[in-house]
Design a protein around this ligand. Sequence first.
Ligand code: ZN
Ligand code: ZN
Length: 125
Amino acid sequence: MEGVLVTGVARAALEGECVRCLEGIDDEVAVNFQELYVYDDVRHDSSDEELDDEASKLEGDLLDLEPLLRDAVVLALPFQPLCQDDCPGLCVECGARLADDPDHGHEAAVDPRWAGLQALKQEED
Ligand SMILES: [Zn+2]
Ligand SMILES: [Zn+2]
């Protein structure tokens, strides 16, 4: 009676970067949405003015889906997108992508202040 109830599913392509390793991500989201678009002329008859200002309105026989779609899709976006759920990220020493090279590792770095002792130890060995 007050307007048109719009219900639907939107599918959108996602493109982004993994927050841990910066690998490119191509994915897809599907979101359900529902919104009541009220007739423009019932606006003034309503007793609830505040709610009315935020309500979506029909423009004649047309309705504008864009704000509805944008809000629905943005809410469905992952806050911290990952290339895989357990992405190990990047090596803190050389920046290599650990998912490509799980056994990646470095010799434990020697604190330069102990380097002299290490030389001494090697001499003893
Ligand atoms: Zn990643
Ligand atoms: Zn490394």
